[in-house]
Design a protein around this ligand. Structure first.
Ligand SMILES: Cc1cc2nc3c(=O)[nH]c(=O)nc-3n(C[C@H](O)[C@H](O)[C@H](O)COP(=O)(O)O)c2cc1C
Length: 387
């Protein structure tokens, strides 16, 4: 068993264990991947202010996200196809999140269904929806989420049309995988993954196959996906979804101060500053760079969360110190899942928690809710002079 000390160790194990098409699906950004790369490298521009001779006994990373207690303000982001990184992946990730005391957000494009995840957990989770054309299907998703006791809906607003990831096209990504000579050759080197997959019945999109009109089997799914997303989405439509759901709403994919103000107007309970992990608009600024502008615009009016690029507890601390009330990890937990299943997700959370806690201590902070700009050293060029 290798000694695992950082998320990068889990990423390497994930790569070894999981078929190439699914590993590449996770570890890619759109087009040139500039935004994907900068999401992480921009965190490195921010430095930390060391303080000494401060009592650091009795530290706490406990906080709240949308009024829910969290062991640390780090949720698991909605990630499609999680159940292809590892058999029953969404159930395993949700269980790890529950045991750790952090929120889990289930993607519409998950392999395990809403009901399946609810059956295997006790803590209410959040359900993510895309903005689809079919009202009947959307209403059914909301009803199913309500029946499963979901405590919030995450509406993803940055994917009316899909960004292109070159590797997915080249790999012929699909669930379950298409058997080409190349994918067979690669699968042959991933025996433990394959054996686990053979043992589970969860290999298709559990929220869609058998639920969406005209999708009774996986082969009809591709045409459904191409048709289902609504390119005419506007703020009125978002208001409509909020009404259809009737509970707490998190708007995910805000990357602009003006959009953040609109999100407040439509009554979002929280917004997620996010560029979808660099998978949508390549060339957009990183989430961490946009965060200060969004905080200035709406920080006192709505709870602001952030994702995209977080690979460590230090990244989490930087986002919180710049004003975010909560953060999400996508690839960092998927790396854990692909490496070691549920234990790997737990490991990812433990790593991030330890890094957050030790960094807090060395910055002279005992309480995660007291973090602020006073903990950071931010160079002028971080804020940039974008016209
Ligand atoms: C493989 C993968 C699949 C994703 N699928 C979804 C999805 O179904 N719905 C969604 O709202 N966001 C999705 N996202 C975006 C994540 O929710 C999150 O915004 C992103 O992963 C954060 O960046 P990070 O991976 O650098 O932490 C996906 C991200 C990845 C990496």
């Amino acid at each position: 068993m290798p000694v695992i000390t950082e998320i990068e160790d889990l990423r390497r194990m994930h790569k070894r264990r999981t078929p190439k098409m699914f590993y590449d699906y996770a570890e890619s950004g759109s087009w040139t991947e500039q935004t994907f790369r900068e999401n992480s490298s921009d965190f490195d521009m921010i430095r930390l202010r060391q303080r000494i001779a401060v009592d650091m006994a009795g530290r706490s990373t406990k906080s709240q996200m949308i009024g829910e207690d969290v062991a640390m303000p780090v949720a698991l982001a909605p990630v499609g196809l999680t159940g292809m990184q590892c058999a029953d992946g969404e159930i395993k990730a949700a269980r790890a999140a529950e045991k750790f005391g952090v929120p889990f957000a289930l993607s519409t494009m998950s392999i395990c269904s809403i009901e399946d995840v609810a059956d295997h957990t006790t803590r209410p989770f959040w359900f993510q929806v895309y903005t689809l054309k079919d009202d009947e299907f959307m209403q059914r998703l909301f009803d199913r989420a309500r029946a499963a006791n979901c405590s919030a809906i995450v509406i993803t607003v940055d994917l009316q049309i899909m960004g292109q990831r070159h590797k997915d096209l080249k790999n012929g990504l699909s669930a379950p995988p298409k058997f080409t000579i190349a994918s067979m050759a690669n699968l042959a080197t991933k025996i433990p993954w394959g054996l686990e997959m053979l043992r589970t019945k969860r290999r298709f999109f559990g929220n869609i196959v058998g639920h969406a009109k005209g999708v009774s089997d996986p082969s009809s799914l591709a045409s459904w996906t191409a048709e289902a997303f609504d390119p005419s989405l506007d703020w009125e439509r978002i208001k409509q979804f909020r009404k259809m759901w009737g509970g707490k709403v998190i708007l995910k994919g805000i990357l602009d101060a003006e959009d953040a103000r609109k999100a407040v107007e439509v009554g979002a309970d929280a917004i997620v500053v996010s560029n979808h992990g660099g998978r949508q608009l390549d060339g957009a600024l990183s989430s961490i760079r946009i965060l200060p502008e969004v905080m200035d615009a709406v920080g006192d009016k709505v709870e602001v969360h952030l994702d995209s690029g977080i690979r460590s507890g230090q990244d989490v601390l930087k986002a919180l110190a710049l004003g975010a009330k909560g953060t999400y990890i996508g690839r960092a937990f998927v790396n854990g899942l692909g490496a070691m299943g549920e234990a790997g997700v737990t490991k990812a959370l433990e790593i991030i928690h330890k890094e957050l806690d030790v960094t807090m201590a060395l910055c002279g902070e005992r309480d995660v809710t007291n973090l602020g700009k006073h903990n950071l050293l931010v160079p002028k060029e971080f804020y940039g002079d974008w016209a």
